[in-house]
Design a binder for this molecule. Structure first.
Ligand code: 13P
Ligand code: SF4
Length: 305
């Protein structure tokens, strides 16, 4: 059986769309309708008229797609695909965090559960975090779960106090100052591009800091020929495939998000065929969380004022 052809046939037969995050195993791009970062994919999820959405990403992404499309079937190819950062804060911990910082607007990274989104004012992705915080016109915001993305936003804005929860991405935190120093020594002419989930010490040393999409855009548009990439391996795989005249070096071999890599073509075929691994979200939670997500989509559509 040719898996790719079978998946394409099932997609057509069932009016399904496949959304794939750029940290996925690269062969998934062959069957995906849209490949991108979490902002792009949540925008595509909000716009689709397909009956079935297969989300090749991690759980919170599929859950967000379901919240935006309560009447559609949303399928996650492999149920092991969780996000360790999203699971670092639950509702009780969120309430405690808010109680310690009363009357401060709460911004949650899209890497969070539906229950947490339901009790936050607005969510953001790494692509729009700076604009989202700016759009609140506040002197102080609470930011969760990622302390590093929050601190990066604070540094970029300069005039907003960003009080962060102590969550983090274990994959991005594997990148150390020594790795950047090592890369500078071994590739003196390369540009070093880092994701804001990396530690403050690491992002300070990078030539460019940006979300998955911004890193890909920077590298594609740049006249430079060699880049060291301080984020997940999927970004290097796609940049190398699409820019044959440039060289992309993963900062170190271990920068792979194991949870993103669970989904395989077989899993996609199986869920499309059997319509299993469906994502459900409690109606009350979803009706509160949708406001948090839609406020973000509105700001991203209009741009920060
Ligand atoms: P993006 O917002 O850049 O897609 O990142 C999502 C993510 O999980 C990064 O680790
Ligand atoms: Fe979550 Fe980190 Fe994996 Fe992104 S790379 S999905 S933040 S664990």
């Amino acid at each position: 059986m040719n898996l790719t052809e079978e998946i394409k046939r099932l997609k057509k037969e069932k009016n399904a769309v496949i959304l794939a995050h750029c940290y996925q195993n690269i062969e998934i791009d062959e069957v995906a309708d849209y490949v991108g970062d979490s902002l792009y994919l949540s925008q595509k999820a909000a716009q689709t008229d397909a009956d079935i959405i297969v989300f090749a990403g991690v759980y919170f992404m599929a859950q967000t797609a379901k919240i935006l499309n309560p009447d559609k079937k949303v399928l996650l190819p492999n149920m092991n695909s969780g996000c360790l950062m999203a699971d670092m804060i639950n509702v009780e911990q969120l309430r405690e965090f808010k109680a310690k910082n009363k009357n401060v607007p709460t911004v949650c990274y899209i890497n969070s559960t539906a229950e947490v989104k339901a009790e936050c004012d607005i969510c953001c992705t790494s692509s729009n975090a700076v604009n989202i915080v700016k759009s609140l016109n506040a002197d102080e915001v609470l930011f969760l779960p990622d302390t590093y993305l929050g601190k990066w936003v604070e540094h970029k804005l300069g005039n907003v106090k960003v009080t962060t929860y102590n969550g983090f991405c274990p994959t991005h935190l594997r990148i150390r100052v020594e790795d950047i120093e090592h890369a500078r020594k071994n590739y003196p002419y390369a540009k070093i591009l880092a994701h804001p989930e990396c530690s403050v010490e690491v992002t300070k040393l990078a030539d460019f800091v940006g979300s998955t999409k911004d890193i890909m855009r920077y590298a594609t548009e740049s006249k430079e020929k060699q880049f060291v990439i301080a984020t997940e391996k999927g970004v290097v795989d796609r940049l190398s495939r699409d820019n044959a005249d440039k060289e992309f070096i993963l900062i170190k071999d271990s920068i792979i998000c194991p949870n993103m890599k669970w989904n395989t073509l077989e899993d996609i075929y199986n869920v499309l065929e059997t319509e299993t691994n469906e994502i459900f979200v409690d109606k009350d939670i979803a009706s509160k969380a949708v406001g948090c997500i839609n406020r973000m989509l509105d700001v991203s559509r209009i741009g920060a004022k």
